[in-house]
Write a protein that binds this ligand. Sequence first.
Ligand SMILES: Nc1ncnc2c1ncn2[C@@H]1O[C@H](COP(=O)(O)OP(=O)(O)OP(=O)(O)O)[C@@H](O)[C@H]1O
Length: 714
Amino acid sequence: MPKLGIAKDFLADYAKLQKPIQKAVDAAIEKFAEHTHAGLHLEKLANAKDSRIRTIRVNQFYRGVVLAPDSGDEFLLLTVLPHDDANAYAVSRRFTVNQALGVLEVRNQQALDGIEPALRQAAKESPTLLFAKVKDADLVRLGIDADILPLVRLLTTEAHLEALANLLPTPQYDALTGLAAGMSPEQVWDEVSAYLPTGTPPEEVDADDLAAAVARTPDRFVLVSGPEELAQILAHPFDAWRVFLHPAQREIAHRPSYAGPALVTGGAGTGKTVTALHRAVFLARRAEAGALAADDRNDGPAAPSILLTTFTRNLADALDRQLGTLTDDPSTRERVEVLNVDRLAYRVVAEALGRQPNVVDQRELRQLWDTAAKATGGAFTGVFLEREWEHVILAQRLRQPAEYLAARRHGRGSPLRAEQRQQVWEAIRQVTDSLRQRDQHTHLQLADQAARLLAERTTRPYRHVIVDEGQDLHPAQWRLLRAAVAVGPDDLFIVADPHQRIYDNHVSLGSLGVGIRGRSRKLTINYRTTQEILAWSVRLLTGLTPTGLDDQPDSLTGYRSPIHGRRPIVRSHSDRDTEYGQLADQISRWLDGGVEPHAIGVAARNGHLVRAIRDKLGAAGIPVSSTTASKTNAVRVGTMHAMKGLEFRCLAAVGVDASTVPAKAAVTAASEDPIAHQHDLQRERCLLFVACTRARDSLYVSYVGHPSPFLATI
Ligand SMILES: Nc1ncnc2c1ncn2[C@@H]1O[C@H](COP(=O)(O)OP(=O)(O)OP(=O)(O)O)[C@@H](O)[C@H]1O
């Protein structure tokens, strides 16, 4: 029986087919798998650029394209397309093994041959060449092969290189873009060697050994163990991340063990959540194998030993759904518990109290703070007091006035004299006393209390804790997570992106006893967004170098997307009604273009705008829903905060005007606290960045009057 491999592109093409055609593909594959090479009709095409490419019949209108080795019985399903497109693909593509990396790569040889004369002409007319200063030996060392090299020598501008993005083999294109951006060959090697699944290049590369090359390219090709695995893969065609991990993601997720807490960073859409989910399943399977080996079986379900956690309940629900997509094996699932941090805190405290704790209502809490502020004679605002409590007192667990008087006030800009601190302490005590009298708690108080309760116990509830969106957690929540798992190998696995910090927490893990020295990894390839949307969104963050959880400045160097598309559209309007009308027109165009309503998102800075947009779109006959209603097929409209963790084919960010973004109420006046002012502006900038990077194919941004100052860097 021939061995079957599947290309990631095949899965993507299969996903786009209608059900009956998918069934025909399934039948064709089944037939293919049953027969030997000789017994099946594999059609060879005249003039094909790769003599090993064949097509197979799916039905009257569709054909599959297969790479059939000259010898051996491994076949790769490359794509499935309408008849003419399949033939066009089959004659134009050539598959090669990258000589530096050993990975299997594909090029559009026909198009490259076609473009060569124009590049030759441009090179003749240009006084400079793009890679004049790069030696042949360096290009070869980075995997540029003998057929591509002459073409590279003809390139005159980065725009010409960009035009080859979808034609050149991706690893070679990546190496060239790195060099064109001014990186040294050594730096580029660091980047392209991320394609190596084992981290080290193969000693010898056999250009004809397809099976070895496929095994070295797990991000694009997978060999299927049998019909069951194939059916599993084809059952979730939209979720390529279940099967195809980038070598960098795989290395991180499947690493046998980390000696202690590990940190994974990376820009928006680089697959941090995907990596965290794979790590959870990896650890669960390892625990399962360990239990079986020890014959540690009992009849009931295994207690969860892995906590997969994040900031909000919505994000945790999304993680739970994704985990279900990754594995439906009950014995793996029952080992992983998905809970947001607030719920964990609540549960630990409830268990200790023997009853449910009361969480204070946000509006009541606001009143308590405002009352306390009034009592200071207007010396401080309620917001100031609340932040001082959360960011200084709760963050450092200060219990006595003397501790507060001596404390360093990290991230707080306006110095306080001793008598002012006394006054602040009294005001805060007034609020905490009121909460105690009412038997009410904030979520952060519960986290603090839960951390203490767990720290006092001799056993820990979990063996491993995996944290998504770590950049937004408060020190009290980190203390809780630290106390939830014993110190040791694989205790904490944290993913975070400081560029997406949209809440107020700035944390140094080291100061909380979570040391990650030497166990920090970075992901740089964006899988969600096109390079055009990414480059545009990154410019929103110009000048921003946030500090990471490891106290190091975090940069987006090397952050890029292999997917290309249209540039974002930015529209200015004279008034809101026109802005909403144009938004409805834009959404109608997306819908007419075949985009499903639920694949469209609309983000605005505040609830007032969100409600108005929902009303206007609804009145224009467009189905709308909230961001949490993932089951309805309607355009999802929500605040920028609610966009976190979501993604859409098309996204509109509306009301990005000077008076709305940044939100005035969310920014401390520079006169009140210059450091808090800077932090707040930074957070608002990140919020717009988070919203815009939810777009996969199209981004539309609009404003009324003057644009947000954040758009000035675009
Ligand atoms: N190896 C992969 N192959 C295919 N798709 C992938 C891969 N890794 C991630 N993706 C897809 O890319 C998108 C972004 O992934 P994910 O949500 O894990 O990124 P993230 O870094 O957590 O993003 P953010 O920080 O913006 O929330 C998702 O649609 C995911 O399915």
